[in-house]
Write a protein that binds this ligand. Structure first.
Ligand code: PLP
Length: 501
């Protein structure tokens, strides 16, 4: 392993010794060397710029070769809007439909699913919320551990007079309790439409929720929405083995480029259940102004409003081919090894007085968990070290972390021991409440934390990255005063965090 890009504060021989030990503990890492080769080529900009990237759950990184292939395609072809039937339009239609079929093949969907291109996973989730036939007597069951774009569906539920229930998480692993889930699944009136939604992998804790919950819920008569946005960047999703009714994802999380394209995969048996509340250009087979009527297209086109992002859609196929050329299992194994090493070492960090530096939310080993780690740091006096200050210091070290609640408030509330009363207290502050403001309130009121640091490992991460991150975090051992360095932290003046993915 090369160490020439290491800042002088890292002793290369110490890192190499740690690397050798890591290889002994995680021998399968050696089988993922193709990703070290790609790090030197496709992802060389990371080391050229000294960037240490730990926000793969926020967004994946593209390889340079993906861009080369995509731009070669754009340079060499004359392509028109696929809504016409002229030669340039037909050429574009071929590329879009080729990408669509590739997506279905990649997930082994066979003939069972249709693929709708959306703007992102949130766009796919909104389609489901908007078109699922929620009605009085109907129900939406969802896990505490969900992205806000899944939580947001409850507003469609509310506005249509249906009801919703959250499935709690168990502490400290932030998993679902199977018996409790079964009881909730059994506790409904089957006469009305009912939808169960959960993420295949948590974007907060990295927990992988068992995919057999899909069959469990379907067996009890539920329609199932599986959000795979945080799962598919490092795991194989085989839709011949697991067949949710609706599957949602964003492609940039898998391979970085292009942004602005996601997918809603709809099982054909569920397609007829969705009722779009409007029509738009591109979605209809026939529409009349004087006749006041329209017929929606009987396929994916019904959900693709207006002109799709047609010049970028072929890059989805290029991205998936890129992942295939590496092997999703190779990516998954590398992420498992690096995450395991980080968890082992983060967990062991202790202050001089023996108290732990880190509090990790969720599982502390790699069983049924992915490469996303949520944590907070505590001082030797057991007081929370402010994660926003830690983020500022990480920024100075060119380390890209994520802080906040990662748009998954439910998992955060459980992990951080925030009660319904705490959250209502925050909400009662009115529409001016923001996460930084709530942090201030809840710290003063209860010495509780709201929000955390999130570290996520992905396909271009290498051992040098996790080593440097550990060194950075170990730098907080015996720190109580975070106003070190040039940056001072001012809670009122801190930039407003628009809490996102
Ligand atoms: C599990 C999960 N679902 C949904 C989303 C929403 O994705 P997007 O912001 O691309 O719409 C995210 C984003 O981080 C996510 O992690």
């Amino acid at each position: 392993m090369t160490t020439d890009h290491l800042p002088t504060t890292y002793a290369p021989h110490e890192m190499n010794a740690a690397y050798q030990q890591f290889l002994q503990t995680y021998p399968t890492y050696a089988r993922t060397h193709i990703l070290d080769d790609l790090r030197r080529t496709d992802y060389k900009r990371l080391d050229e710029q000294g960037q240490i990237y730990f926000d793969y759950t926020g967004g994946g990184l593209h390889g340079e070769s993906q861009l080369d292939k995509h731009f070669a395609m754009l340079r060499s072809k004359v392509l028109g809007n696929p809504h016409s039937a002229n030669p340039t339009s037909l050429a574009m239609t071929d590329l879009v439909e080729g990408a669509r079929h590739f997506v279905l093949d990649y997930f082994n969907a066979g003939d069972n699913y249709i693929a709708v291109f959306t703007a992102n996973a949130s766009g796919a989730l909104k389609h489901v919320g908007e078109s699922y036939p929620f009605q009085p007597g109907g129900h939406y069951l969802l896990t505490f551990d969900n992205h806000n774009s899944v939580n947001g569906i409850r507003e469609f539920v509310r506005s249509r007079g249906a009801s919703f229930t959250y499935v709690p998480l168990t502490m400290p692993d932030l998993r679902l309790d199977r018996a409790q889930l079964e009881a909730l699944l059994d506790d409904i009136n089957l006469a009305y439409p009912h939808l169960f939604a959960f993420p295949a992998q948590s974007n907060f804790s990295g927990v992988k929720h068992p995919l057999d919950y899909v069959d469990l819920a379907r067996g009890k008569g539920w329609d199932v929405l599986l959000d795979v946005a945080a799962f598919v960047p490092t795991n194989r999703l085989d839709l011949s083995a697991v067949q949710p009714d609706f599957v949602t994802l964003s492609f940039y999380k898998m391979f970085g480029f292009p942004t602005g394209i996601g997918a809603l995969l709809i099982h054909k048996r569920a397609f007829g259940k969705l009722h779009r509340p409007w029509f738009a250009g591109g979605t209809v087979n026939f529409a009349s102004v004087q006749g006041h009527g329209h017929y929606l297209a009987p396929n994916e086109a019904a959900f693709e409003d207006g002109t799709i992002d047609y010049l970028n859609i072929p890059a989805v196929k290029i991205g998936l081919e890129h992942i295939q050329s590496i092997g999703i299992d190779v990516i998954g194994e590398r992420v498992r090894c690096l995450t395991g090493w980080l968890l082992d070492n983060l967990y062991r960090l202790r202050h001089g007085n023996g108290r732990p530096l880190t509090r990790i939310y969720g599982p502390i080993n790699t069983d049924m968990r992915g490469g996303t780690i949520a944590l907070n740091l505590y001082g030797p006096d057991e007081k929370l070290l402010d994660y926003r200050r830690i983020e500022e210091l990480a920024n100075h070290a060119n380390i890209s972390l994520r802080t906040g609640c990662f748009c998954n408030p439910g998992a955060g509330e459980i992990a951080e021991g925030l009660t319904a009363e705490d959250m209502l207290y925050g909400l009662q502050n009115g529409a001016d409440i923001t996460l930084p403001r709530f942090v201030q309130i809840i710290q003063h009121r209860d010495n509780k934390s709201a929000g955390a640091i999130r570290v996520s490992v992905g396909l271009a991460t290498n051992f040098a990255d996790v080593y440097r991150l550990l060194q950075f975090i170990a730098g907080f051992i015996d720190q109580t005063n975070l106003n070190i360095g040039e940056v001072t932290f001012d809670i009122e003046g801190c930039r407003t965090i628009r809490d996102g993915s």
